[in-house]
Design a protein around this ligand. Structure first.
Ligand SMILES: Cc1cc2nc3c(=O)[nH]c(=O)nc-3n(C[C@H](O)[C@H](O)[C@H](O)COP(=O)(O)OP(=O)(O)OC[C@H]3O[C@@H](n4cnc5c(N)ncnc54)[C@H](O)[C@@H]3O)c2cc1C
Length: 285
């Protein structure tokens, strides 16, 4: 929705926003391809002008909502001879779209509740007014401007998930006993959880700062990247420590900490890997 809201023509907003809001349209954003993830300038999917519209060809992978979405924003080259400047965001409404195919719902190590899929576009005809903003070649800039919000979102989830982990761990170590004492009574447990609490407090303060900047329209790419990479690293680190305090029970799916551990891993990968975040920060040095 943010792409339509910020860049859509008035006609596109009228056409899509109410149906996205009601849930009649379920959205997905398809950037990643089997051969291009971090390096989005390398996307091979094309949207070529044909008559009044475009014909889309290519394949995407790892697309969240891929099994459910019927409104897919596809990152495609409208001018394959150009890199970023030849990239556009084109909407494919998939209901009844000939040549559109969903691949596997990929089997992940965590985040089982959301679907992540391959998508195939084989000569899919798309109306000419489905390029977001109505002008070709704006896609890269649109992505670069909207990705900070997605990255901030990931950081917010990171803090929230780790806080949930702390809550679950505290409940566990107050209950479980070894050597006649509660696990919480060991100084090691107290020190580990003191560290976790400190890290999460610092992370939350920084994320709150970023939310403040975002609300004022001042969250730049580098600062959003700091939040995404640093908070998700902290999330992974703290949840791992807290799983350890559960002993063998922490490795069992029925314990909340096990699910949090599995779900945390991908946070350092999607939305731009943490290495790419560091590249973006490094450009401002
Ligand atoms: C669960 C899940 C959901 C996802 N949802 C979506 C979605 O909805 N839409 C979408 O478009 N994509 C989605 N993705 C894809 C995700 O954004 C990509 O996986 C991610 O951007 C990395 O791309 P890649 O997998 O091709 O890795 P690659 O780009 O092949 O990277 C491999 C490794 O090389 C490193 N690397 C690459 N380039 C550099 C460099 N210049 N310097 C240093 N290191 C580098 C990376 O950091 C990484 O460690 C999802 C992925 C997952 C796992």
């Amino acid at each position: 929705m943010p792409y339509i809201w910020h860049y859509g023509t008035e006609e596109q907003k009228q056409r899509w926003l109410p149906r996205l809001q009601s849930g009649e349209l379920v959205g997905a954003i398809a950037m990643t391809e089997p051969g291009a993830g971090s390096d989005l300038q390398g996307v091979k999917t094309t949207a070529v002008k044909s008559g009044n519209g475009y014909v889309v060809n290519g394949s995407k992978t790892f697309i969240t909502n891929g099994q459910l979405a019927n409104f897919i924003i596809v990152v495609a080259k409208t001018d394959p001879s150009e890199g970023a400047k030849g990239t556009s965001l084109i909407v494919v409404e998939t209901d009844g779209a000939e040549g559109f195919e969903r691949g596997r719902n990929l089997h992940k190590i965590g985040m089982e509740a959301n679907d992540t899929s391959e998508l195939f576009f084989n000569e899919v005809k798309v109306p000419g007014d489905n390029i977001i903003g109505g002008t070709e070649g704006q896609g890269f800039v649109q992505l670069m401007q909207q990705l900070p919000q997605e990255r901030l979102n990931i950081a917010v989830q990171g803090v929230a998930a780790a806080e949930r982990g702390l809550e679950a761990t505290l409940a566990y170590v107050k209950e479980r006993k070894a050597f006649g004492k509660r696990i919480l009574d060991f100084q090691n447990t107290q020190f580990k959880l003191a560290e976790v609490k400190t890290k999460l407090t610092v992370a939350k303060v920084f994320v709150d700062h970023c939310i403040g900047l975002h609300l004022k329209g001042q969250l730049d790419a580098a600062t959003a990247s700091m939040a995404k990479y640093w908070v998700t690293d902290i999330q992974g680190e703290t949840i791992d420590e807290m799983l350890q305090l559960h002993g063998g029970y922490g490795y069992m799916n029925e314990y909340a900490i096990a699910q949090l551990y599995k779900d945390a891993r991908v946070q350092r990968i999607y939305g731009g890997t943490n290495e790419i975040m560091k590249l973006l920060i490094a450009r401002t040095l």
